[in-house]
Ligand binder design. Structure first.
Ligand code: NDP
Ligand code: OXD
Length: 313
């Protein structure tokens, strides 16, 4: 197969560095150019414009610059070609750091110490060890499993929930609808690392949060969401925080992004906000992986990390 040309179609992300790095090996057309271009073989995308890709008559594969691909599926005219998602050590490492950071911050009662420091209070509250706390990871995929390993090595009890049965040494695993309530009932700190699909949209709601375990010495259940904002109901999280169903939350993602300035989540004393920054897509690390995949595909090899179109992730 000939060396294919790339359409780079990114919305809300500056394309310059991606363009530079991809251009080192291949011809790259930058959106808004490229519509209907028969010489384009690959599309590298983040939130591509609707119906743009279907105008490319010789498109062979779509590469998402993120691990999540809900932004690709949002296109009503998505052509029927393979979609490749990002699986990369660099991105995984960022996510593991975020999860460990947030779990430890809640576990070691950082908000209490910050409040004490402001008032110059010298007081040591009781502190559980990690083994007394169970962290439940919703989504035991490449990011969830890596986060689970790191938490295990810190001594936390770890639960995992996935769509299909996924064994993992040292982790209590649960699967599907039948496994959801038992998983939540055994979880003190819930970490959400699910993809956004029609099945998972809105799953982190008040009813789900009510099922979390609350007899844990943390003083209540904790939510950490670094998956996608539309997995959660922002209003339900606020209700759960205000009535004590949740003790605290760390949120990296929101129903609407950027989080509107009017959202009460910004100033809620029990919420820690980051701007969808848990695991950034660094072109220096991700472009070489994409270019390697394109070259292998042209040698007749299979594309890796393909999205299951039916499952939506
Ligand atoms: P994977 O595709 O590797 O794993 C997804 C996991 O979710 C799998 O374990 C899968 O189950 C499970 N899952 C999917 N649907 C369901 C369902 N209906 N019920 C139960 N479990 C389900 O994804 P990654 O680990 O690579 O990434 C996860 C998500 O993290 C991305 O989709 C993205 O939205 C988000 N993300 C956020 C970032 C940020 O900066 N905030 C950065 C990167 C990613 P099974 O194992 O059975 O297939
Ligand atoms: C991703 C993201 O999906 O950064 O990779 O959200």
């Amino acid at each position: 197969m000939e060396k294919g040309k790339i359409l780079l179609a990114l919305t809300g992300i500056h394309p310059q560095r991606w363009h530079e790095l991809l251009s080192a090996e291949r011809e790259v057309v930058l959106e808004p150019n490229g519509a209907n271009d028969p010489s384009i073989t690959y599309a590298v995308v983040w939130k591509q414009k609707p119906n743009l890709l279907k105008s490319l008559p010789n498109l062979r594969a779509i590469f998402s610059i993120g691990a999540g691909v809900d932004h690709v599926f949002a296109d009503p005219g998505l052509p029927d070609v393979p979609i490749v998602k990002i699986v990369a050590d660099n991105l995984t490492q960022h996510m593991v750091e975020y999860v460990v950071w947030r779990v430890l911050d809640h576990h070691r009662q950082a908000s209490l110490y910050r409040a004490q420091q402001q008032k110059k209070i010298w007081h040591e509250p009781p502190q559980r060890v990690a083994g007394d706390v169970s962290v439940g990871i919703m989504g035991l995929g490449s990011l969830g499993r890596a986060a689970a390993s790191a938490l295990l090595s810190l001594g936390f009890a770890v639960n995992g929930w996935s769509r299909s049965e996924r064994g993992m040494k040292g982790v209590s695993t649960y699967a599907g609808e039948a496994g959801l309530i038992p998983f939540l009932n055994a979880t003190d700190i819930l970490v959400v690392l699910l993809p956004l699909t029609p099945q998972t949209q809105g799953i982190v709601n008040y009813g789900l949060l009510k099922e979390l375990r609350r007899r844990n010495g943390l003083g209540g259940a904790v939510l950490i969401n670094a998956g996608r904002g539309r997995l959660q109901k922002d209003a339900d999280i606020l209700r759960a925080l205000d009535d004590g169903t949740l003790k605290e939350a760390s949120l990296d993602v929101f129903e609407v992004e950027p989080l509107p300035k009017t959202s009460p989540l910004w100033s809620h004393p029990k919420v820690f906000v980051t701007p969808h920054a848990a695991a950034t897509s660094d072109p220096a690390h991700l472009v070489p992986i994409m270019l390697r995949q394109m070259a292998a595909f042209e040698r007749g090899e299979k594309l890796e990390n393909l999205v299951d179109r039916k499952a939506g992730y």
